[in-house]
Design a protein. Sequence first.
Length: 214
Amino acid sequence: RSTFSVDAAQALLDRHDIHAYCPHDDAFPSAFLQLTDPPVALFYKGTRLQTDTKHIAVIGSRAMSQYGKRATQELIETLAASDICIVSGLALGVDGAAHEAALRCGVPTVAILPGSVDPPGITPKRHSSLAERILRQGGTLVSEHPPGAIIFAGSFPKRNRLIAALCDSLIIIEAAKKSGTLITAEQALDLGKQVFALPHNIFNITGMGVNALL
């Protein structure tokens, strides 16, 4: 850029009630600094990320089965007895079910997005109302992209590395053999995180990835 207006950028954030972290800020979550390519900035709406809380990521296939849906619900109902925060990516399928279950159980939840956290940038659009409920119940929407950013194919694996970095443990519910879910599992393992996988029907395509991981 040849020019940049700090005042205009701040006005845009204020208009959407978005806050920003930079790596040199004391409030910047140190979990993201363990990445080889940490975000140059983080934008969030809602409650500031709590660094003293255990973050449990629950992720899986967009083509969620009834088994995966029930397993996600019962797993989070069990975890609700602990002082945790559920992290996921707001995607269709398991991610959305994880956020829904957390809201139902009164558990804090953080959605890390591939696009921006302003209303036009919420992805997928079908989960715009879910994003609003996360905010109403004290949760957080997080992205490394400023308002108005354009989503591209690489936005999704880049988002997944943030999930892997923030979580203390990662739980895979369902995944095909080649999927972004398994990439996130590899990223979490590389960062030394605990990774768990739910056993699945060997004849179901979304069970092949988790069973192979086990």
